[in-house]
Every structure is written in structure tokens, then in C-alpha cells.
Design a binder for this molecule. Structure first.
Ligand code: ADP
Ligand code: MG
Length: 293
């Protein structure tokens, strides 16, 4: 039996909503003590833990190399890093979406760039035959440096956009209005088993769904097609995960024909919204015990 695990977190969570405290008690009831440790902490003896679970490391995208180096250091010690490092390395850049698309997963239409000029961005309105696009860094979280653009706002923000994206690899997609009219769905899977689903709706005037940006959380029951889409995504991952969050948007454009498209599969530090489903903390604890056995 595993007796002690660490949740990997960060130094300052003041501006964030964290729901992982809801796991501490159910883990304790199963004889497992949890310590919460910042990934910035130095000289931790990770081998005292049966497992180190990456949870709320919510500044990793700002220091991606140092973060991966820290995870590599942890894996060198006698413990189990969860999710495993190869899966995290695979998931850290949104380029994995291209890989999933090549395996038959329906992703939001995407064009990937190592660097872009304003003219490249402008060309995407025609490419996607749309009035609005979204541009986001390949290594990103919490909607950092994510821009919703029409022709006018692209020209209005050409300076800052060029500053960021001339050196930051990015993905450009059509802006799907369903994020506002309906919301973004997240389906949660623990050790490959379905757990629960929520949708997030941005606050009025915003397109970012995160509660840190005023978004609203709603518990929902997924439809058959969402479950089918998410199951396909899970089956296409390079290896087994303790947790996976599949984020879907509806695309009802003429070309797409009203289907669920993958926005992200989150394998690094997604919020798992244990506050939205009473039974989900216990499910996560049991999934962790099975995963480690
Ligand atoms: N193609 C899109 N259409 C509409 N909204 C989008 C689109 N892509 C991203 N968004 C919005 O931007 C947010 C951040 O994008 P996302 O791909 O989830 O990146 P990350 O969570 O890594 O910052 C999403 O939660 C959603 O609110
Ligand atoms: Mg996201």
C-alpha cells in the first residue's frame, strides 16, 4: 500500500481557484497522506513519496524548460511521477493537436507557426473563411497571450501581436462563437475511466471561460457524441494517464456540420473541478490507488 504522496503545486496560488484540497480527506481515509509542495522548492527528497502528482503548477508555462528539468529530476529519484514525464513532454506544446488530427481526431481547424508576421495572421481570415480568428501560444495556460481578432482589432494591435508572436510559436484557429453562446465542455477521466463533465461559460463581454476571468461553471451530463469524441481522444494518447481533461467546443459551421471539436486534452495541471461533482474526489483517490498498484 502506498502511504504518502506529494501534490506538485506552485509558490503563489492567491489569484487562482484550487479544488484539490477536497482530495486530502479521502486520501487520508484510504491511509494516504498528502503533502502539497511547490515545484519551485529546492532540495526536496522526492523518494520519500510513493508518487508525485503534478497538480496546480500554474506558472509552468512561464518557465517551461525549468519545469521539465524539475520533473526530470523527480523521475530520477525513487518515486513515480504522475502524469508520466513522456506524456507531459508530449502535451506541453499544442502541436500534439496536429498528431491527434493525423490519428483521426477532429480538432478545431488549426494552423501552426514557429513564428508569424502580421501578414501571416491576416491571411488566416481567408484561409478559414471567417470574420474572427483566435491566436494563442503553443505553450500556454490560463488563456495567457490569447487574442480574439477581427480585421480591425488585428490592425489595431499589430505592435503587441508582432512583439509576442515573432518569437513565440503559436496556433491560429477560427474563433468559434459557441464558446460564448453555449460554453466550453470539459470531460474528466481518471485512470481511463469517465468521471464527470462541466461546461464553462465566459462572463459577458469576454471569451475566456476560466473562473479566474469571471467564467461560470455548470455541471452537465455529456451527450453520446461528446462521450464518443472524448473516448477517441483518450484512446489516441501515447500512454496511460491518471488524469485527462478533454476540452470540446461545438463547431456548427457549414463545413464542420455541427460536431464536437477538440480544443485541448489537458494532461499536465488541469483543474479537475472536484467541487462540481461530490463523488469525484473519491473516484480520483481510487483511480490513483489502482494506477499505482
Ligand atoms: N477556436 C476558439 N474559438 C473560441 N474560443 C477559443 C478558441 N480557442 C480558445 N478559445 C478560448 O480561449 C481560451 C484559452 O484557449 P486554450 O486553447 O484553452 O488555451 P489554454 O487553456 O492553454 O490557455 C479557451 O478556454 C476559450 O475560452
Ligand atoms: Mg484551455
Amino acid at each position: 500500500m502506498h502511504r504518502s504522496i506529494a501534490f506538485l503545486s506552485t509558490d503563489d496560488l492567491e489569484d487562482y481557484f484550487v479544488w484539490d484540497d477536497l482530495l486530502i480527506e479521502p486520501f487520508a481515509q484510504n491511509g494516504i497522506k498528502v503533502d502539497v509542495i511547490s515545484w519551485h522548492a529546492k532540495q526536496i527528497n522526492w523518494s520519500q513519496y510513493d508518487a508525485v502528482i503534478v497538480r496546480s503548477t500554474w506558472d509552468y508555462q512561464l518557465h517551461a524548460e525549468a519545469f521539465v528539468a524539475k520533473l526530470a529530476e523527480i523521475t530520477e529519484q525513487d518515486t513515480v511521477l504522475i502524469n508520466p514525464l513522456p506524456l507531459i513532454q508530449w502535451n506541453i506544446s499544442k502541436r500534439y493537436l496536429q498528431t491527434l488530427a493525423s490519428k483521426g481526431i477532429t480538432i478545431i481547424p488549426s494552423v501552426f507557426f514557429d513564428s508569424v508576421a502580421i501578414s501571416d495572421i491576416y491571411a488566416q481570415f481567408d484561409h478559414f473563411d471567417t470574420q474572427e480568428i483566435i491566436i494563442k501560444p503553443l505553450i500556454s495556460a490560463n488563456s495567457d497571450n490569447t487574442f480574439r481578432l477581427d480585421h480591425a482589432s488585428l490592425m489595431g494591435q499589430a505592435g503587441p501581436l508582432s512583439n509576442i508572436f515573432s518569437t513565440t510559436p503559436c496556433v491560429i484557429q477560427p474563433f468559434l462563437n459557441s464558446v460564448i453562446s453555449e460554453g466550453e465542455y470539459s470531460l474528466f477521466y481518471f485512470n481511463g475511466e469517465y468521471s464527470h463533465t462541466i461546461k464553462k461559460v465566459p462572463k459577458s463581454g469576454d471569451f475566456r471561460v476560466q473562473e479566474e476571468h469571471g467564467g461560470e461553471l455548470i455541471s452537465v451530463t455529456p451527450d453520446e457524441l461528446q462521450l464518443e469524441t472524448a473516448a477517441k481522444v483518450l484512446a489516441a494518447l501515447p500512454e496511460k494517464s491518471l488524469y485527462a481533461r478533454v476540452d470540446l467546443l461545438r463547431n456548427s459551421s457549414a463545413e464542420a456540420g455541427d460536431i464536437w471539436q477538440l480544443m485541448e486534452v489537458e494532461l499536465i495541471e488541469p483543474s479537475l473541478y472536484f467541487n462540481m461533482d461530490e463523488a469525484s474526489p473519491e473516484r480520483f483517490v481510487q483511480a490513483t490507488i489502482s494506477y499505482l498498484s
